[in-house]
Design a protein around this ligand. Structure first.
Ligand SMILES: Cc1ncc(COP(=O)(O)O)c(C=O)c1O
Length: 366
């Protein structure tokens, strides 16, 4: 079957060249007569790929000597617990900025991970059970003595995104970037720590990338299990135990593709172009394609909208599928349509969808 256009929210589509490379090397990598999955993680061949993936991330993002780049496991959800476990103690406090479902999940884990810690909501944009905007700086009630500030840079379900970093003074800023990591060149120096599940922009599920300030990694608590300490991964080049070798290999392939494309400046240009096309199609017919999201906060990774009624939404999803476009159903919390336009989705893919939207609305007026 021909490849479909994949608008899934995650696991999401991967760049074809990265998959083709894996296909060509699947049973014999580098003339070794084995798959990468069959190699020891202590062997030269795997180690080369592991280090190449880290070096590519450093190069693409411009990560300085201040931060480690780590590969971890357990999904972004494990980080919700691991961040407070490492940095909080009973009596100490942390600020959480709540902009969607995943920030709420992070908030809920913190007191379970560290009973007795004070977990503050610095701001929440939850209104009428939904989140349609990003808070202004003036809204943030930040504690200058907090141990860290936690934020979610892109809200995968509600389709909003931060386009700036909040001012947090000297307090370390920790960001869940699972759904917009590498959409452009982030200013890493503004973050004490970034974490991202790979399965949206950079690879398959099973790998989590952590970019963490070196002093912070070392400063983590020592009374937690060794496997949960960032220090353990930092001191062992993410090879303390067996890493998800095939996942990291695929991340390497995706990063090499991103570099060939022109790196993050080229990806940012592509992502902005896709946003112009898709939001352009929505704004051309605002009575038909209804965007619930504040225009200034419109995500360039997850574009959400409603049609005039649910029956039309169902028909839209079915007919798009027949036309070779999958993954358009909105998250069950919000319904409607969600178009995830991660890095592997091309401007041409989005043009195809925009043309389909125009045709669909013309044929299906309620
Ligand atoms: C922003 C964000 N954070 C966290 C998660 C949870 O990730 P995982 O399933 O890797 O634990 C997701 C999943 O979609 C997400 O979009």
């Amino acid at each position: 079957m021909e490849r479909v256009i994949n608008f899934n929210a995650g696991p999401a589509g991967l760049p074809l060249p990265a998959l083709e490379r894996a296909k060509n090397e699947l049973t014999d990598i580098g003339g070794s007569g084995m798959s990468i999955m069959e190699h020891s993680h202590r062997g030269k061949l795997y180690e080369g790929i592991h280090n190449e993936a880290i070096a590519l991330l450093r190069e693409l993002l411009g990560v300085g000597d201040t931060h480690h780049v780590l590969f971890m496991q357990g999904g972004a959800s494990q980080q919700f617990a691991q961040v407070p476990m490492n940095f909080l103690t009973p009596g100490k406090s942390a600020d959480y900025i709540i902009t969607g479902h995943w920030s709420e999940r992070a908030l809920e884990e913190a007191p379970l991970a560290v009973p007795g810690a004070k977990i503050n909501v610095a701001a929440s944009t939850k209104q009428d059970k939904t989140f349609t905007r990003i808070p202004s700086q003036a809204e943030l009630e930040l504690d200058p003595n907090a141990t860290y500030v936690h934020m979610t840079t892109n809200n995968t379900i509600y389709g909003t995104q931060w386009f700036h970093e909040p001012e947090v003074g000297k307090v370390p800023l920790i960001a869940d970037m699972s759904s917009d990591f590498l959409w452009r060149k982030h200013d890493v120096s503004k973050y004490a720590m970034i974490y991202a599940g790979a399965q949206k922009n950079i690879g398959p599920s099973g790998v989590v990338v952590v970019v963490i300030r070196k002093d912070l990694a070392l400063a983590g608590r020592k009374d937690i299990p060794v496997i949960f300490r960032y220090e353990t991964f930092a001191k062992n080049n993410s090879l303390f135990n067996t890493p998800p070798t095939f996942g990291i290999y695929l991340v390497r392939n995706v990063l090499a593709w991103a570099k060939d494309l022109g790196g993050l400046p080229a990806l940012e240009q592509r992502n902005r172009e896709k946003g112009r096309i898709l939001y352009g199609a929505i704004d051309a017919e605002p009575d038909y394609f209804r965007s619930p999201v504040d225009k200034a906060a419109r995500s360039l990774m997850n574009v959400v909208f409603r049609l005039p009624n649910e029956a039309l939404e169902e028909k839209f999803i079915k007919e798009a599928e027949k036309a070779g476009m999958v993954g358009l159903k909105g998250h069950r919390n919000v319904g409607g349509i969600r178009v995830s336009t991660y890095n592997a989705v091309s401007p041409d893919d989005v043009k195809t969808l925009a043309a389909f939207m125009k045709e669909f609305s013309a044929k299906n007026r309620p």
